[in-house]
Design a protein around this ligand. Structure first.
Ligand code: CP3
Length: 346
C-alpha cells in the first residue's frame, strides 16, 4: 500500500480501483451557499455571472479546497449551461431559489431549432475557467469536470423549470419516441463535445449527473437514460475516469454498469457495501452519507462517516462523498468532522 500520495494521486488511484491509504473525499456542491466566502461573493455577483466569468468560477471552485483541502475540486458551473448554449437560456431565481428556463421546449419545431453545432463555442468560458483552476491546484488536488445526463437535461428543457411537477419529458419518451430520440441525440452530442472540451482543458475526471434518473421505472431506464450515457462514455474512450451519479441505483445496476462508468455515485438510501459487492471488481462506488446529517452535530457526522468507512474497509474503489449535494444549511463544523474522520479513521 502506498502512503506518499498527493490528494490528486489518491483520488485517481481510487477511481481506478487501486489500493489507497484511505478513501479520497470531496462533496457534491462543496462550493456554494454553505460557505460564508461564497455568500460574500454572491452579495456582489448573481449566480449566472459567477458561472459565466472564468475568474469568478475559478475563485468559487478553489474556496472549499482552501478551507477543507478536499482530494478533488469540482468545477463551479451548472448543468444548465448546455441547454443555454443550445439556445434555451435559463435564470436562477435569486429570491425564491430554483431555476427557470426562458421557455420550455415542447414541439418538434423547437427541438429542431436547438443548436448543436455552435453550442460548444459558446461554452468556451468553461474551458477558460479550467485553465485558471488547473495551475492554482498545483498538482496537489484533482480537478473534476461534469455535465448533466441527457435525460436529466431533457427534463429541464421540456419542463421549463425546477418547480414544475409535470412529466412532459416522460410523455415525450413514451408517446413520441422518434422525437424523443431526436432531442436526445442533439443533447448527447453537445454533452459529449462539452466533456471532451473540459478534458482537453485539464480536468482529471468527469462526473455525469443523472439526478433525474430516479423518476424513471427500472424497465424504462435503459432506453430513456442509460443508453445515452453509454454513448457519451464510449466516445470519451477512457481518456479520464468517469463517475456516474444516479439515484436509486440498485434497481438498474446492469444498465449503469453497461454505461462503462468507472465509479457509480450512490444515494444515501442504499447500502454502499452491498452495491459495491454486486459490481465487477473494476467498477467502484462513490458516496454516500445522508446530506441531512451535515445539519446535525459533528458527533453524529463522525459516527455515521465512520460507519460507512468500516462497512467499505475490505473494498477497493471507494470515493467518499455524500449521497447528494451539500445542503445550504450545512454546518461548517459538520463538514470539518466528516473530512477529519475520513482522514484519520483506522
Ligand atoms: O457540485 C458542485 O459544487 C459543482 C457545481 C454545481 C452546481 N450545480 C452549482 C449550483 C453542480 C455540479 C450542479 C449540478 C446541477 N445543477 C444539477 C445536478 C445535480 C443535482 O444537484 O441534482 C441540477 C439538477 C442543477 C440545476 C440547478 N442549479 C437547480 C435546480 C438549481 C436551483 C436549486 C438549488 O439547489 O439552488 C441550481 C442552482 C445552483 N447550482 C446553485 C449552485 C451552487 C445554488 C446557487 C446559489 O444559491 O447561489
Amino acid at each position: 500500500m502506498e502512503t506518499s500520495r498527493t490528494n490528486r494521486q489518491r483520488f485517481l488511484a481510487a477511481c481506478r480501483c487501486d489500493k489507497v491509504d484511505r478513501p479520497p473525499v470531496w462533496l457534491m456542491r462543496q462550493a456554494g451557499r454553505s460557505l460564508p466566502e461564497y455568500r460574500a461573493l454572491k452579495e456582489k455577483h448573481p449566480f449566472i455571472e459567477l458561472v459565466r466569468t472564468p475568474e469568478l468560477a475559478a475563485e468559487v471552485t478553489l474556496q472549499p479546497i482552501r478551507r477543507f483541502d478536499f482530494d478533488a475540486a469540482v468545477l463551479f458551473s451548472d448543468i444548465l449551461v448546455v441547454p443555454e448554449a443550445m439556445g434555451q437560456p435559463y435564470s436562477f431565481l435569486e429570491n425564491g431559489g430554483g431555476i427557470e428556463m426562458d421557455f420550455a421546449v415542447n414541439s418538434a419545431e423547437q427541438i429542431r431549432r436547438l443548436d448543436d453545432t455552435q453550442a460548444i463555442d459558446r461554452l468556451n468560458y468553461v474551458a477558460e475557467a479550467i485553465r485558471l483552476i488547473r495551475p492554482a491546484l498545483n498538482d496537489r488536488t484533482a480537478l473534476l469536470g461534469f455535465a448533466g445526463s441527457p435525460w436529466t437535461l431533457a427534463r429541464y428543457m421540456v419542463e421549463g423549470s425546477s418547480s414544475a411537477r409535470n412529466e412532459h419529458a416522460k410523455a415525450l419518451f413514451y408517446s413520441k419516441p422518434a422525437l424523443f430520440s431526436e432531442l436526445m441525440e442533439k443533447v448527447t452530442s453537445v454533452v459529449t463535445e462539452f466533456l471532451k472540451l473540459q478534458i482537453s482543458s485539464g480536468v482529471d475526471a468527469v462526473q455525469i449527473f443523472d439526478s433525474g434518473g430516479d423518476s424513471l421505472a427500472d424497465n424504462a431506464y435503459e432506453a430513456a437514460s442509460g443508453r445515452w450515457i453509454r454513448d457519451i462514455v464510449t466516445s470519451l474512450a477512457g481518456r479520464v475516469p468517469v463517475i456516474l451519479f444516479s439515484k436509486g441505483a440498485q434497481g438498474r445496476l446492469p444498465s449503469l454498469v453497461a454505461t462503462g462508468a468507472n465509479i457509480l455515485s450512490v444515494d444515501w438510501t442504499q447500502s454502499l457495501a452491498e452495491i459495491r459487492g454486486m459490481l465487477p471488481d473494476a467498477v467502484g462506488v462513490q458516496g454516500n452519507l445522508d446530506p441531512f446529517l451535515l445539519t446535525t452535530t459533528p458527533e453524529i457526522v463522525t459516527a455515521e462517516t465512520a460507519r460507512i468507512l468500516s462497512e467499505m474497509k475490505s473494498f477497493t474503489g471507494h470515493v467518499f462523498n455524500l449521497g447528494h449535494g451539500v445542503p445550504a444549511t450545512a454546518r461548517l463544523e459538520c463538514i470539518e468532522a466528516l473530512v477529519n474522520t475520513v482522514r484519520t479513521h483506522q
